[in-house]
Write a protein that binds this ligand. Sequence first.
Ligand SMILES: Nc1ncnc2c1ncn2[C@@H]1O[C@H](COP(=O)(O)OP(=O)(O)O)[C@@H](O)[C@H]1O
Ligand SMILES: [Mg+2]
Length: 275
Amino acid sequence: MVRSKQLREGACMTAGLEDLTAHNPGLLGYPLAGRELGRGKDAYAYEFGPELVYRRAPFSIPSGFEESLAIAHVQEHARREIEAYATLPPNTSVARTLVAWVAGNCVHKIIERAEGAPLHNRSEGRVAIHDLKGEWEARVEKVAQIPQAHFDTLVWSDTELRNRTIFMDYLGIDNLFYDDTSGFTIIDAEYSPQLPLKGAGMYVSLIDTESLDTLIPRESNWEGRISSTSRDHVVTILEKLACAGHKPGKSKYAPRFMKLCQQLAYSPDYLTDQK
Ligand SMILES: Nc1ncnc2c1ncn2[C@@H]1O[C@H](COP(=O)(O)OP(=O)(O)O)[C@@H](O)[C@H]1O
Ligand SMILES: [Mg+2]
């Protein structure tokens, strides 16, 4: 994982911002120098040097709220988010928020840049089913081949994040980057001390269950829908996750997960070993 020493030491938001704006006078205005890296529902992400990302996302002021109070609230939230990221162990596989500020009804952030590329791509979920099958089968094959050690670090990192009320959005299938050397990197995780834990589970991001649901309709079995090799790849991914400690069949995600296992004719050992 790439780090910027200078920014990490200046974990204080304002000091970090002064540093940044001194070296990048255009930062607070548009357009920014960096190449666009990606776009979410509302967010824009740009290159900010080789190791960092500049991300901008609008926020709305709830009706009836005093604007200055709402801005102060968003700013305080961002300050705590940076503090929470700063307490993570160094080898946590996440793109940390390093600096954040509020301007022009947007939250602006400087974030560590994830290495590699997203495991899955959100636009692929919308292609015709015939094309989707080949695409998706190639993607799960790649994921199934990822070494166990990278799965271990991913699941461990997710727990470290959750312990600090930072939640990965498992449904955003492009929120997990992968690089052969550095392994997985979680991006777009939400610092959310008030909200209850989000649903789903890590397995959703890794196997892209949205595409799988399109390929295997409800109440159907995998046979005749996906190849037996792909079925085995999905099972391998689930086994690697279980080995790393992610056992969705034992969690609140169980009903959805058990349905998937049934469709794949897969019974995880950790559920059948009744010791
Ligand atoms: N830290 C990062 N490293 C590399 N690319 C990123 C990073 N943050 C965002 N991006 C790119 O920008 C896209 C949108 O950013 P994201 O934070 O996921 O926004 P959203 O919340 O709208 O999904 C990502 O899918 C990714 O391609
Ligand atoms: Mg995202």
